[in-house]
Design a protein. Structure first.
Length: 127
């Protein structure tokens, strides 16, 4: 009997279209209300390495919904705190490249979060 190698990356769920649809549906009427098991279930996507590769394939409307989800989630659930690693920064940068990042969403983020890195990220990353 041989023992294979353990690869922790194999435990990380892929960011699929189905998952994005699920995530986008979590915010209803501007509110995020998750059950404790949902908080933990989706917390793994807060700092997921796959966002950078996936984000160009995500529609602008879905990116806006994901911005709302992760901004609200970080404020409400300690398991979702990401600070400078927040996927919101990646989503905002993508919307900017598409020239679809509106001042209203920027103002909403600033009014909603205490994360000093949102919406633009760390100044050091911009230098």
């Amino acid at each position: 009997m041989s023992v294979g190698e353990f690869d922790p990356a194999s435990l990380v769920e892929e960011i699929s279209e189905e998952l994005i649809d699920q995530l986008c549906s979590l915010v209803a009427d501007g509110e995020l209300k998750l059950e404790p098991e949902e908080i933990l279930r989706y917390a793994i996507f807060v700092k997921h390495e796959g966002w950078k590769a996936k984000v160009p394939e995500i529609g602008s409307k879905a990116l806006m919904e994901l911005i709302r989800l992760f901004t609200l989630g970080e404020e409400q659930y300690s398991e979702w705190i990401a600070e400078e690693k927040s996927p919101v920064i990646i989503f905002v940068r993508e919307l900017k490249t598409r020239d679809q990042f509106e001042d209203s969403i920027k103002q909403w983020i600033k009014n909603t979060t205490t994360n000093k890195f949102l919406p633009h990220g760390s100044l050091m990353d911009l230098l």
